[in-house]
Design a protein around this ligand. Sequence first.
Ligand SMILES: [Fe+2]
Ligand SMILES: [Fe+2]
Length: 300
Amino acid sequence: MSDWNRPIIEEFRANGGKVGGPFEGADLLLLTGTGVKSGRPHVTPLGYLERDGVLFVFASNAGAPDDPAWYRNVRADPRVTVEIGAETFDGVALPVDGDERDRIYSLQGERVPAYAEYQRQTDRVIPVVALHRASAAGRAWALGDELARIHDDLRGRLADLRAEILAVPDGRAARAPDLGRRLREHCVSVCDVLGEHHDGEEARAFPRLAARFPGLAPVLARLRREHVQVTETRRRLLELVEDPGDHDPARVRAELEGMIGRLEAHFAYEEEQLGGVLNAVGPLWRSGPPELEARDGAAG
Ligand SMILES: [Fe+2]
Ligand SMILES: [Fe+2]
């Protein structure tokens, strides 16, 4: 916390959410997010407006030209903790767009004229952020868990393919006449499901995450680069098993081990970076979930 905020935060916590001095009587809450760069908790006192059971906060930065740090943080990770009065709850911070944003901001400007003044001072459209209760959202659309389930299914298919190849004695296809057919069956199953899954991520899940959470851009860029690498390995693997004359198990095995290693690292990184965010926002994704593209072509 900054030196400026520290005494406010301490007074807030010591007095059940009440603060005197310049903030006497103001509606104040404490928002804790995660620092984009530091990865550490970042506490900020913020004025709020409550409407229909939802809390709204305003990235005014007192009319400064730049967005405040707390706002940049929730644009990378919307999972927050909210302290209001003596209560603390886990929340999900999502910006409000369009007419809804304008309506909420002018309400706040009427209640607290300083906010109308902040908007006059800056060219930024001051963002309005809704703080939803994570518990109220439920687990209906735990998209992060769904992502992990799809990955687990792919991990299983890759393990089957690997076992198939390891079962072949060293040597060429001449000594394992049906290797080509069996490899093709497994490869086509793995490669099709994987291709569909990545296409779904690129076409739907990633663009939606990018639009909602600009702070995730470096993570999404890395995941896209990894998809390109996986596609290239997939193509080589399919070439190997499509060539009926030369099924060299050692070469197929080496390609496959490389592909499995890259995929395991990719799945782990994707789950680590996106799993929590997807679980948090899934239930609140009003325009529908970002399909992650499931196994066997089924939705879910
Ligand atoms: Fe992926
Ligand atoms: Fe994935």
